[in-house]
Design a protein around this ligand. Structure first.
Ligand code: AMP
Ligand code: MG
Length: 353
């Protein structure tokens, strides 16, 4: 029934790793270490003394691994996987989860960003069965995902329990926590902290759909972070240039999806309906690091994608954030970052229609 290409790949490309495109020049070469963590390949690139840089990069990877080991819902034994075994009982949450919940609230995007959506997205089986759920199953799973209650500042549980056995833990519609839309950003923040603590000053950490920079790129060039065309990801449609520390995050309908009956079912779910959010192909949010950090950027790229192009533009404008989006027709729309922010967008080419 569901045959299509599933593509999971890097989105925003730190262009320093593509010298042919970026023409990266500088007085010194960075120490670059790439490893798989946070569910993707992450590159940490640190300028300055090589011994300090290598050690700082390793610390950054340890910090990112630490976030995965807590928040990964799909690896048994993590605190979140353990929580999901018993979601109807009030349980203490790890500090990482509490931090994410607090940032969602602080950003005012809890209608669009739902970390309790696991039972809904599991229905689609993006990594396995690739199935279009029935309306009845979607309705039940959405209701269950909305039944979570924050019992205290550090505890959470799912309140709604239907007699339907499929809602039991382990059942196909069981509610659960999924921090997949924010974990990478938190990991990037932990990496920045680890790099700074280890004495690194100028660095870029690229985790595919999320990138952060620290300090300035030696040699006077800005940091350059490419944004992929959502329908031709080999092509860079725009570049975020940053004079100093920045964060950039992209969410897209091309990162994890399948097609059925000519319809694209992708991994960014509208919590109100349980269906893939329509209206956008990709959305990138960018700003100085101090504006939203890595975590805020990751949450916002997902949330603004769900909110759609008009609401996303209003939010970015009101909050002084840069935005580059590609709508469902392939048209690019831009909200520039404030003129004095040291972060700007350079358009390279039109996205494919
Ligand atoms: P991102 O690539 O940061 O936009 O995150 C997408 C991932 O976040 C998905 O693969 C799901 O694990 C999760 N997710 C999907 N929809 C939502 C949503 N509305 N709110 C929060 N997380 C979501
Ligand atoms: Mg996100």
């Amino acid at each position: 029934m569901n045959r299509a290409t599933r593509i999971v790949r890097s989105l925003a490309v730190a262009l320093c790793f593509l010298p042919a495109i970026a023409g990266c020049t500088g007085n010194s070469e960075p120490t670059i270490i790439s490893k798989t963590t946070l569910g993707t390949v992450v590159s940490v690139s640190v300028y300055g003394d090589e011994t300090v840089a290598s050690s700082a990069a390793e610390d950054a990877f340890s910090a990112m691994d630490g976030v995965s080991e807590v928040l990964d819902a799909y690896t048994s034994g993590t605190p979140i996987a353990a929580f999901n075994q018993d979601p109807y009982t009030e349980q203490a949450l790890p500090a990482e989860a509490i931090q994410i919940l607090d940032v969602i609230d602080g950003l005012g995007v809890s209608e669009a960003f739902s970390p309790t959506i696991l039972g809904v997205s599991s229905l689609y089986g993006f990594e396995s069965s690739q199935t279009v759920p029935t309306d009845g199953d979607l309705t039940l799973a959405v209701a269950a995902s909305r039944g979570f209650v924050r019992a205290g500042s550090g505890a959470l549980f799912a309140r709604v329990k239907d007699p339907d056995l499929r809602l039991e833990p382990g059942g196909p519609l069981a509610p659960g926590l999924d921090f997949g839309g924010a974990a990478k950003g938190l990991g990037l923040d932990r990496a920045v902290h680890a790099l700074t603590t280890a004495g690194a000053h100028d660095a870029i950490v690229s985790a595919g759909s999320g990138t952060v920079t620290l300090g300035a790129k030696p040699g006077g060039d800005p940091w350059r972070i490419g944004i992929e065309d959502p329908r031709d990801p080999e092509t860079i449609v725009a570049v975020v240039e940053a004079d100093g520390a920045c964060s950039v995050a992209t969410s897209g309908d091309y990162q994890r999806y399948f097609e059925a009956g000519g319809v694209r079912y992708h991994h960014i779910i509208d919590p109100a309906t349980g269906e893939p959010s329509r209206g956008l192909r990709s959305l990138t949010v960018f700003a100085p690091y101090s504006a939203m950090g890595g975590l805020g950027a990751d949450i916002l790229s997902t949330a603004l994608f769900v909110m759609g192009p008009d609401a996303a533009e209003s939010y970015a404008t009101e909050h002084g954030l840069g935005l580059y989006l590609v709508d469902s027709e392939g048209r690019a729309r831009i909200v520039p970052a404030p003129a004095d922010s040291g972060v700007r967008l350079v358009e390279e080419t039109e996205p494919a229609r």
